[in-house]
Design a protein around this ligand. Structure first.
Ligand code: FAD
Length: 513
């Protein structure tokens, strides 16, 4: 048996008590357990030059959501006789200092598949090994260990969803042990602790509540939301994406559990098992890829691809990414980002993204297609950056994977199928309730013109108190012409990719511009 020791549970994602193998291991045979969260100043520093409040890396919504997760985790830990120790600084340096000061013998944290964690964790493990600290890093953010899948597939990740699920099989069950108490924290010596901060204490000044997302962070909220979503068994059994309505916002058409999965407030294995429990009690249910379980498997699929493909988050040097001569246009990019393309459906989505940090999956499809191969022909990496900063569910593997998909750079190649920025939304919301809510300037535009307000006669615009070109922009491009041009450019680029086996030089790309 191990000798009683001092242990650190290092929380990063995985901000939960349930189904948390690292926490379980950390508490075993420990006389003192230090639950730690390290705030990285690079991630949090206010950036006054950013186009919306927040740091360079994250919109204010996600920072607030993360703080709510930490508050909740702290209060859960207190109920178990412990608490969350929050520190600020460069994570590696902080850890080294803590290991020394607290005479730590055991360090536990969830395995991270992203490049950022791969680099950091390698450094941490090397250090721990050199000073004889036992490290435990279970895979618990995803249902499967991407490494296992890649190995089963002969060394590379499966590139289609169907081949992925064939290989993956059934995930292991979540832990059922309920943690009822934790070892006390030991003396923290003279290490400086922060309280779980508020957004104000992080230097963001006075901010009113209304600016924040309606979705609140934390494990308690995640489990409540999960129960509410799964209560309606018929809804779960008949869940079929992409059939949901992207324009309903008061009660979204999907679970909105993504931000909780992102921070690990909700265990994906527990979510999976709860859905299986619902399926057992209904006569029939939908199947992957469209079912709710199917959605969780999409998450796994992208995690696996992202783990196994070098340079997954860029076009250059990414063997699964078509090389396409995207345009650079700062003005068009800013119009898209700030919701001023003149296409109300697109702009309303971008405003919801900024205000809520979450939009429906099909809404993401529409704006991602519009920015890239649909209308503006701007690089998917630029759109990815905007999403990465603004989404509260912002997730490196899933976000990059979906941008590759939507821009027809990988996974999906039917570039002739373009979302119409006017008629797509109209199918769901003919009177434009969604647009009116997020773009109040168009509040009084008659429904005949709400998707194409520039076609309204001046008298109608006057009556609606919204002159196009003054109060709301004219369209930045003509969709019919722009989408035609985009398709032509995609065709040329695809031909070049085929001829050159996907190895297209900078010069080749220039020749297409
Ligand atoms: P539900 O439909 O209730 O699905 C349940 C869970 O399944 C989700 O919470 C999510 O974890 C997973 N899931 C659902 N759809 C997908 C998908 N297409 N790919 C991978 N996992 C999926 N999702 C993120 O979590 N983070 C991102 O950064 C992100 N960026 C995206 C960027 C683009 C351009 C697009 C088109 C989609 C992106 N998605 C992202 C995927 C998807 O839109 C969201 O996961 C989903 O809308 C979240 O809402 P929900 O929790 O209500 O989903």
């Amino acid at each position: 048996p191990l000798m009683a020791t001092n242990s650190i549970m290092w929380f990063r994602k995985g901000l939960r008590i349930h189904d948390n193998p690292a926490l379980e291991y950390a508490r075993r045979d420990s006389n003192h357990l230090f639950p730690v969260f390290i705030l990285d100043p690079h991630y949090l520093e206010p950036d006054p030059s950013a186009f919306s409040p927040g740091s360079t890396r994250s919109g204010l919504n996600r920072i607030q959501f993360m703080l709510e997760c930490l508050f909740d985790l702290d209060s859960s830990l207190r109920k178990l006789g412990s608490r969350l120790l929050v520190l600020k600084g460069e994570p590696f340096e902080v850890l080294v200092r803590l290991v020394k000061e607290w005479e730590v013998k055991k360090l536990c944290f969830e395995y991270g598949t992203e490049p950022h964690y791969q680099t950091l964790d390698k450094q941490v493990k090397e250090y721990a090994c050199s000073v004889g600290v036992d490290v435990y890093t279970p895979v618990s953010h995803t249902l499967f260990n991407p490494e296992d899948i890649i190995e089963m597939n002969g060394g590379t990740p499966p590139m289609s969803y169907q081949s992925f699920i064939k290989l993956a099989g059934k995930p292991s069950s979540p832990r059922t042990t309920t943690i009822t108490s934790l070892p006390p924290i030991g003396s923290i010596c003279d290490v400086e602790m922060l309280r779980v901060s508020t957004i104000k204490e992080l230097g963001y000044g006075e901010i009113t509540e209304e600016v924040f997302s309606p979705f609140k962070g934390g494990e308690s909220e995640a489990l409540k939301r999960l129960r509410e979503s799964l209560d309606d068994k018929q809804w779960v059994a008949s869940f079929e994406k992409p059939k949901g309505d992207p324009s309903v916002f008061l009660k979204p058409a999907t679970t909105v559990l993504s931000p909780y999965l992102k921070f690990g407030c909700l265990s994906s294995r527990y979510f999976y098992q709860c859905i299986q429990d619902v399926y057992k009690n209904v006569k029939k249910h939908t199947s992957p890829p469209v079912s709710l379980v199917g959605q969780l498997l999409w998450r796994e699929f992208f995690y696996c691809a992202a783990y196994g493909v070098p340079n997954f988050d860029q076009m250059k040097g990414n063997r699964i990414c078509k090389q396409i001569p995207w345009n650079e246009d700062e003005e068009l990019l800013a119009a898209w980002r700030e919701g001023r393309t003149g296409y109300p459906w697109i702009d309303a989505i971008m405003v919801q993204l900024q205000k809520w940090g979450w939009v429906h999956h099909l809404a993401r499809h529409c704006v991602a297609c519009f920015l890239t191969r649909g209308d503006l022909f701007i690089h998917w990496e630029r759109g990815r950056d905007v999403f990465e900063r603004l989404l509260i569910d912002s997730d490196w593997a899933i976000n990059n994977g979906n941008w590759l998909w939507l821009s027809c750079s990988s996974f999906f190649y039917q570039y002739n199928r373009v979302y119409s920025p006017t008629s797509f939304g109209k199918k769901y919301d003919p009177t434009g309730k969604y647009i009116r809510h997020f773009l109040p300037v168009l509040q009084d535009m008659p429904k005949e013109y709400i998707y194409e307000p520039w076609t309204a006669p001046l008298s109608v615009q006057k009556k609606a108190n919204c002159i196009i070109g003054r109060d709301y922009p004219k369209p930045v491009v003509d969709h019919v012409l722009a989408s035609k041009e985009c398709k032509d450019k995609m065709a040329e680029a695809y031909a070049l990719n085929r001829e050159n086996n996907g190895i297209v030089s900078e010069g080749d790309l220039k020749s297409l511009r």
